[in-house]
Design a protein around this ligand. Structure first.
Ligand code: MLT
Length: 251
């Protein structure tokens, strides 16, 4: 789609990597380079993220999913594997609601099926309004330490800070409001019929690992992968493990 930034390496099978909030495709850099040649890898910036412009919303999880389904159709990908990090996982659930026949298999990285609490929704609106008013600096100042595990390499913190600092204010607000409006995906779990992997960071302070674990238990045949040295961003903290398990999923 016009203006979309997508890093891609064609191949088969195809794997689409969806970033989370308030991030962009660069979060997958270390995994992208570790997926073996031959596998197609596609890491788009969602609308309003990284270098992809924000278009008319509202950007619900279903809206991001529709956008991704159109994007992948345009790329000639009829059926593909998909991995979603955190909010990206919420979007994978939306893709499962809208077009399960397009998904060959999925990975949920530090994600969950439960919706926001009422209090969580209010916090999202505060975040959205602050991002619109001040820009993403307040998130860049605080989120990296919260997202990383207990002893993060400085490069992980620096990467997160850079990506968040460069986020589009309106895109951040759109994502926050979209996440607040997302449904409870628990009723979907038992209906997921494609192979899945659930990654849980043992030191995750954003999505409690117990929620990822419960999600894995609810999906028939799902493989739970514990990322022992990770907080909320195992694709940065343990890229070897994440790339190896994603490769096993698609092969
Ligand atoms: C994310 O990493 O995408 C978000 O932190 C998820 C969330 O806030 O629910």
């Amino acid at each position: 789609m016009a203006g979309t930034l997508i890093r891609s390496r064609p191949g088969s099978p195809a794997l689409v990597l969806i970033h989370g909030f308030p991030l962009d495709n660069r979060i997958w850099d270390d995994v992208f380079t570790r997926i073996p040649e031959g596998v197609g890898v596609y890491t788009p910036d969602l609308p309003g993220c990284g270098k992809t412009p924000l278009t008319e919303g509202p950007w619900t999880m279903d809206a991001y999913a529709r956008w991704l389904l159109n994007l992948t159709t345009g790329l000639g990908l009829k059926k593909f594997f998909v991995a979603g990090h955190s909010m990206g996982g919420y979007i994978v659930f939306a893709m499962h609601r809208l077009a399960p026949e397009r998904i060959a298999g999925a990975a949920f990285v530090s994600s969950r099926a439960l919706p926001d609490t009422e209090e969580g929704k209010k916090t999202r609106e505060t975040v959205a309004q602050r991002a619109e008013k001040e820009g993403p600096g307040f998130l860049a100042d605080t989120m990296p330490e919260k997202a990383a595990g207990n002893a993060p390499p400085p490069a992980v913190i620096e990467k997160l800070r850079t990506v968040i600092r460069e986020a589009q204010p309106a895109g951040v607000a759109a994502m926050a409001r979209g996440m607040a409006a997302r449904p409870d995906c628990t009723p979907q779990l038992a209906k997921i019929a494609f192979p899945t992997v659930v990654f849980a960071g043992r030191q995750d302070k954003i999505v409690p690992p117990a929620e990822s674990e419960a999600m894995a238990k609810g999906i028939p045949g799902s493989k739970l992968v514990w990322c022992e040295k990770s907080g909320h961003v195992p694709m940065l903290e343990e890229p070897d493990l994440v790339a190896r398990e994603l490769t096993a999923l698609v092969k």
